[in-house]
Design a protein. Structure first.
Length: 294
């Protein structure tokens, strides 16, 4: 069986923890985890002409992620995010502006290669810059026209989103993944009133936006997976939490790989929660990566 082919679109950056810098960005974390789980993954992003950009290429190549679609941006640095862990279950983020991943451009190579992918992954944060938003939107619209599986991983980081961005992004997706903390704003963006249980709200989002699947993570409580015919309530997998950065990205990687393999939803839910639990018990979004020297 051929490996599933996945294009991950969005930010490559460095999470600046109190004890040092760690490779990050939800699409980059997702790409590494999906590759570890057996996917053939390509990354669409931008990095600066700097040491952090060089190291990002090195790490992605180490995980056998295809980096040929990552663009070097001369006049913007590789992205970075300050992270505080006063509460290890709820990290605080300070996302630095005007980063290289805000300047991703549409290219002829990108256009020619979209048809080769089985799935395209994208998020909301990666669309904060006008240029990157236009490019990622073009990718998703092209994938949709070709019937390619499209996975939106909501990543709400103020002030880098609004209701229009959420609504437009969801309308282009076939699978929506969000957290329980994001449900209220997602429902509001879809003109759905918060007057029912989470399961009913998710069902309304599924129907109104014509999605194939809606997935909501619930932290230690597990996850809900909802399609037109199934509702899976997956309990959480107990673990001793070191930090939760990247847990959702590993969950989504396991989710996408399971969907592309055609696994049953109940199996996918269990595997995705187990994967996230392992990441929560270790330091960093991709635990196998050691701290860089810069």
């Amino acid at each position: 069986m051929n490996k599933p082919t996945i294009l991950s679109c969005g930010e490559v950056l460095w999470d600046l923890f109190p004890n040092g810098a760690r490779f990050g960005g939800a699409p980059a974390n997702f790409a590494c985890h999906a590759a570890m789980l057996g996917g053939h993954v390509s990354m669409l992003s931008g990095v600066g002409n700097d040491a952090r950009g060089d190291e990002a290429f090195s790490i992605l190549n180490r995980f056998q992620v295809d980096t040929s679609l990552i663009q070097r941006i001369d006049d913007a640095p590789t992205g970075s995010v300050g992270i505080k862990l006063d509460d290890p279950t709820k990290p605080a983020f300070e996302i630095h502006t005007n980063s290289a991943w805000d300047h991703i451009t549409w290219t002829a190579e990108l256009e020619s290669r979209i048809a080769q992918f089985d799935a395209v992954y994208f998020g909301t944060l990666g669309q904060r810059g006008d240029l990157s938003r236009a490019t990622i939107r073009h990718v998703i619209q092209t994938a949709k026209a070709r019937g390619i599986f499209r996975v939106l991983d909501v990543n709400l980081r103020k002030p880098f989103y609004d209701a229009e961005l959420l609504r437009d992004s969801i309308s282009q997706a076939s699978v929506l993944k969000l957290s329980d903390e994001e449900l209220f704003e997602v429902a509001a963006a879809c003109d759905i009133k918060w007057n029912a249980s989470p399961e009913i709200l998710l069902r309304q989002i599924l129907a109104r936006l014509k999605l194939d699947l809606v997935v909501m993570t619930r932290g230690a409580e597990g996850a809900i997976l909802l399609s037109a015919t199934e509702l899976i309530l997956q309990p959480g997998i107990p673990t001793v939490v070191r930090d939760t950065v990247g847990a959702g990205d590993s969950f989504t990687a396991a989710l996408v790989m399971g969907l592309l393999r055609g696994d049953k939803l109940a199996t996918i839910a269990r595997t995705a929660c187990e994967t996230a639990s392992v990441v929560c018990g270790q330091d960093g979004a991709v635990p196998e990566i050691s701290l860089p020297t810069f």
